[in-house]
Structure formats: structure tokens, C-alpha cells
Design a protein around this ligand. Structure first.
Ligand SMILES: [Zn+2]
Length: 246
């Protein structure tokens, strides 16, 4: 029997049968994988604690004809928000759902793995809404469809002062080009651009206090969520869940 080892962060789990689970895990070695785990929902299963969404795990996997199977799993790090408030889980879920929906299986991207692994402790400790926003924004930089935040998508000029943004055109539009782009434009004030600068440059290992105004968070979130959902063509389950809480 051929086995291999992985290290990864669990993006999603899906139960099937009496006690089994499909685990979607973003691994360091192979990118996103969907793996089966049998008997995991039995109380005495040694894997039941490890194979939960948000956990950072190491595991031994055996190859199958169709799907590979997790044989053993250990927790490296976990997100205790899972047992905390629903709102906190909702925000963390947005980040994980975006990564899951926007990655293809078996395309390892070291930066995405690092982002997931490093953000886990912060999702727990920091303001969940801001941590989720930073996670989504930083993940999108690996997506190939990232927004242009600092240069005009039409003429390429580096933006200074207030500008506009068009999601359909892929980002910032300078005031000279506002009438030339095809999509709907919204206001993109200088202080929102500065907020995106802080968001994209944020280092998860630092203890830096993040200072954003409520308006900056609302606007940045609005732009990112709308943009991601326009690419996916559907509302995220986690966003619907979060809206149901209010
Ligand atoms: Zn321009």
C-alpha cells in the first residue's frame, strides 16, 4: 500500500455515511486535496478531534483508485473560535470558503499555504472581521484576478488622491479615465486606498495593532465581497450565514 505524508489546513468537511467524512485540506505539498476519512465520527476514533474545519494538521494518507484516505492525523495548530461565538466562526468561514472555491485541486501554491497556516492564530485572537478581510484580500493576490488597488486599470498611472473603482474593469480608475471604462464606478477615496495598502502588507506574525475606521472596514469589505461573488457568480454560503445572524 502506498502512503504519503501531508501537512495542511482544513478548508471544509463534509460528512457521509454513518461515520465518514470528506476532508478538503489545503496542503503544503500538493495544494488542495479532497480526502476520505473513515470512521472519523465515532466517539473513539483517534482522528475525530483532528479532522475539523480550521485545523492545521499533519497526516498520513494512503492512495486509493479514486480518492485517497487519511489513515492518521495529528493537530499542529487549531482555531478555538470553532467553539466561540457564531459571528467569529462566520467571518473565519468567509475566508476559508473563498480559498476553497477559488483554488483548483492539486495546484500547490506556497504562499496560500503560508497564509492559511499563519492566519489561524490571528483569526482566533484578533478582531475576526478584520482578520477575515485581510485573509481574503491577501488570498486574492494569488488568484490571478486580483483587483488593481494602486494603479489605474485603464491608463496605468499611479493613483494619487481620490479616485474611482470599477469591479467589472478590475480595480482603480483615475479621475481622467472615469468616463472611458465600461463598468459601474464607485468612489474610491484616498483613505480607502491607504487601508488596502495596510491590509495587503499586513504581516500575520507581527503583533501590530491595526487601526481602521469603521467606514474603511465597511467599504473594503463591501468591495471585496462584491468582487469575489461577481467572479464566482454566486453568493458565498458563509456570507448568507453571517447575514442570518443579524
Ligand atoms: Zn487612468
Amino acid at each position: 500500500m502506498r502512503t504519503y505524508k501531508i501537512e495542511g489546513v482544513i478548508l471544509r468537511t463534509n460528512d457521509f455515511g454513518d461515520a465518514n467524512r470528506v476532508v478538503t485540506v489545503y496542503t503544503k505539498e500538493h495544494g488542495k486535496l479532497e480526502l476520505n476519512a473513515y470512521g472519523v465520527r465515532r466517539a473513539r476514533s483517534p482522528m475525530s478531534g483532528a479532522l475539523q474545519m480550521f485545523n492545521h494538521i499533519s497526516a498520513e494518507v494512503s492512495r486509493g483508485a479514486q480518492v485517497d484516505t487519511i489513515r492518521e492525523a495529528d493537530v499542529i495548530n487549531f482555531y478555538s473560535g470553532l467553539t466561540a461565538e457564531l459571528e467569529r466562526i462566520g467571518y473565519a468561514s468567509i475566508f476559508f470558503e473563498v480559498v476553497n472555491r477559488m483554488t483548483l485541486p492539486a495546484f500547490p501554491e506556497a504562499g496560500v499555504y503560508k497564509l492559511l497556516a499563519e492566519s489561524l492564530p490571528a483569526l482566533d485572537r484578533r478582531n475576526a472581521r478584520i482578520a477575515s478581510l485581510i485573509g481574503v484580500a491577501q488570498f486574492m493576490e494569488f488568484s490571478g484576478v486580483q483587483l488593481s488597488y494602486f494603479h489605474c486599470v485603464n491608463c496605468g498611472v499611479q493613483i494619487e488622491g481620490d479616485a474611482a473603482i470599477s469591479l467589472a474593469d478590475g480595480g482603480t480608475v483615475c479621475m481622467e479615465c472615469v468616463d472611458e471604462v465600461s463598468g459601474d464606478v464607485a468612489a474610491y477615496p484616498e483613505n480607502l486606498r491607504e487601508a488596502f495598502g495596510k491590509i495587503l502588507n499586513f504581516d500575520w506574525r507581527e503583533e501590530t495593532k491595526l487601526n481602521f475606521s469603521q467606514r474603511q472596514i465597511d467599504s473594503a469589505e463591501e468591495i471585496l465581497w462584491r468582487y469575489v461573488q461577481s467572479i464566482l457568480g454566486k453568493e458565498l454560503n458563509s456570507i448568507r450565514f453571517l447575514k442570518s445572524l443579524v
